[in-house]
Design a protein around this ligand. Sequence first.
Ligand SMILES: C[S@@+](CC[C@H](N)C(=O)[O-])C[C@H]1O[C@@H](n2cnc3c(N)ncnc32)[C@H](O)[C@@H]1O
Length: 271
Amino acid sequence: MFTALAAAEIVVIDGNKITAGENLAEAYRTKGFFYWLVRGSSNVFIRMPELLHSSERGDGSYSRDAAAIAMACRDINHNFFDPVFQAAIAGIEYSSVADLGCGSGERLFQLLRYRDDAKGLGIDVAHAALTVAEAAAIDAGLSERVAFLNDDVSKLEPRLEFDCVDLITCFLMGHDFWPLENCVESLRRIRIAFPHAKRLLLGDTARTTQYRQQDFPIFTLGFEVGHDLMGTYIPTLCEWDVAIERSGWTCIKTHLVHTPADSVIFELEPR
Ligand SMILES: C[S@@+](CC[C@H](N)C(=O)[O-])C[C@H]1O[C@@H](n2cnc3c(N)ncnc32)[C@H](O)[C@@H]1O
């Protein structure tokens, strides 16, 4: 293991002594991408030969490790999306927040820590992710202020507990709303289901368009190939603009996130 790590200058081997190499800090910071690929999505890549046949894509016959994906995304958010998110949220007042595709629940916990009187609702389609989130809420001492709901956020109907929600967040799952017509429909439904939401902050990684052959930034190829194998369309930033234009939401600001490449947080207001 150390020989492999030394080859990438993550550690330095000097006889029996192993010390940190110049790439250790960066490897640690980016570990969420590797966890997403190697643990969370391993089954997709193992089944690559069969999934390459387009008729078998998107049939759900592969299973991803939803708990590992939730943990990986928590790490990716912490290191890459959160600095931008904190600036975006700074000027926004809220008392009740719903997080769509909440995964580990960390986004909600963060928002509840910023506002002592706020309440949170996490919605996710995966039981395994909700198990992680519920345990984490207890660990964080926030279980009294947060609730979780097992539902498909692309098909939401109005519910009593959605009525008080004034802020919606949705991170690293917006691509699951696609293709285009489904995405437009899902965003319209969300606006109706949460009639008092003043903002929807939607953060996601788009399909890159500017890289060729070499110099691909970290994660891009694994993320795009993995989703192709699952039959999940990853839209480009331009395609997102088209969907938002038709969605009943107005984009009042696009906050750029530099890693992974072509990542953004759209700040949307109901039209
Ligand atoms: C990549 S993870 C991101 C988790 C979390 N939002 C974060 O940023 O750490 C995507 C999450 O969205 C959930 N998800 C995907 N499609 C969904 C849907 N249609 N309805 C509800 N949850 C969904 C998945 O189960 C998973 O937990």
